[in-house]
Ligand binder design. Structure first.
Ligand SMILES: [Zn+2]
Length: 441
């Protein structure tokens, strides 16, 4: 099973039109940069500043609010000298290049160490900036971003020689204000060239056979992981390979197009390059059986009775879909059961009347709309097991009502309809309504 998962992943890479690599600190750690570690290396890099400020790790040194600006730039320069100026791309970067095999690719990372750029990956979005650019602390929006590597290297040399003075600290060329490191904070400015490149790449390949290769991103990362899974969910040709030891998270909705390696990035790279390896591979999940065109047409016809003129949009969270349905006087949404529980929201047009027959024998009608004087609500939640039907209130001249419904991406697709004779027995006062809104007339 392991080997077949690896083989399938290799085939996906070979078949892809383009590869979007996503990476966060799990990748940096493997390359020897751990922002959170309190170890001997912290002293090697930062020297006397560790004891002076009691820094538990690199992150605290980079984020500290220094009153002594010389110390601030000493810290920046020492970190930059070690991790940027003296950085030499290692095996991991070479392996990544081999895996991408000259296909169109793009790197989307929250790593601030600039290693991908130094390793020659020019198609790059550093979403949290990098330790190589500075921004004006007085007019961050108006004044331009400054490239820092050479300045930081000069500061480092003067720091080591004991000759660093305030005159050596970098200032804005336009106004003379001190520079700040261009990382997330009040003056952060994302590199617009990088942003443009990213948008261009996504536009070009989002509907093609795009493969997302995710490297060391935690399962709850909302910055990169959630939107990239979203990208895969919205395109049936897209595929997803994730590498994260012990922390795979693959939503069902993309399960049949996803493979996870619960291993180190190095071991997974070896497996992807050689086709062999002893590591834990998850997926791809079995796809749901495909419907024949005739079955599809039949299902479509049936769906129209319950969700007239509907369209499905992928929601913000992977695994969730939003369905928009437009109903008019001659096309109500017929009585059917809500199986998973769902929220219904007013979206456009006339108000909509939602008839609800609950499991405990209650009937109520909810008006979805914007007019509070008519007791209309913008949205409400329908419990699982409730039979609902939706009609337009036909009250504002629009001639239709549009309602949106959040539905589970793992819903079975079956539609349960009530037996009219049973339901009218339970709800004799709504007999006319039930007859009118049932498919079984
Ligand atoms: Zn300035």
């Amino acid at each position: 099973m392991t080997d077949s998962g690896i083989k399938i992943a290799q085939k996906w890479l070979a078949d892809a039109d383009a590869i979007l690599v996503t990476a966060s600190n799990g990748f940096s750690i493997l390359e020897g940069l751990n922002l959170f570690a309190n170890d001997e290396k912290l002293r090697t890099v930062l020297g006397d500043l560790v004891d002076k400020y009691h820094f538990p790790n690199l992150l605290s040194a980079m984020g500290h609010h220094y009153t002594d600006k010389l110390d601030q730039w000493r810290a920046y320069a020492r970190v930059s000298e070690y991790y940027v100026y003296n950085y030499h791309p290692g095996e991991l970067m070479a392996d990544l290049k081999s895996i991408l095999a000259n296909k169109p690719s793009f790197i989307w990372t929250s790593n601030v160490d600039h290693h991908f750029k130094i390793a020659g990956f020019d198609n790059l979005l550093e979403i949290e900036g990098s330790w190589t650019s500075g921004v004006c602390s007085a007019y961050p929006k108006e004044h331009s971003v400054v490239s820092l590597p050479e300045t930081l290297h000069r500061i480092y040399e003067k720091d080591q020689a004991g000759t660093l003075t305030k005159a050596d600290l970098p200032t804005c060329e336009e106004c003379g204000a001190p520079l700040a490191m261009n990382v997330p904070g009040p003056s952060f400015k994302m590199d617009q060239e990088q942003v443009k490149g990213f948008e261009h790449f996504i536009e070009k390949y989002q509907d093609k056979r795009i493969l997302v290769l995710e490297l060391g991103i935690g399962p709850h990362n909302q910055l990169i992981k959630a939107p990239s899974m979203q990208l895969v969910a919205s395109n049936s040709h897209a595929r997803y390979i994730t590498i994260n030891k012990g922390e795979l998270l693959i939503p069902d909705i993309i399960g049949d197009r996803s493979i996870g390696f619960s291993s180190s990035i190095k071991d997974a790279f070896d497996a992807l390059l050689t086709g062999k390896g002893h590591l834990q591979v998850q997926g791809p999940a079995k796809a749901a059986p495909k419907l024949t065109p005739a079955q599809q047409a039949e299902q479509e016809k049936m769906l129209k009775q319950f969700y007239p003129s509907y369209m499905v949009d992928r929601g913000i969270r992977p695994g969730e879909l939003t369905m928009y349905m437009t109903i008019d006087k001659s096309h109500p949404s017929h009585l059917h059961m809500i199986q998973d529980g769902q929220s219904l929201m007013y979206s456009l047009g006339d108000a909509a009347i939602v008839h609800c027959f609950t499991q405990d024998g209650q009937y109520h009608a909810v008006r979805l709309g914007l007019d509070k004087t008519k007791k209309e609500v913008h949205g409400f939640y329908v419990n699982a097991g409730t039979f609902i039907a939706i009609e337009t209130a036909d009250d504002s001249g629009a001639g239709f009502s549009q309602v949106s419904a959040g539905i589970s991406g793992n819903a079975s697709g079956e539609i349960l309809v009530p037996r009219v004779d049973q339901l009218t027995k339970l709800f004799p006062n709504q007999k006319g309504l039930i007859r009118r809104l049932s498919v079984e007339q």
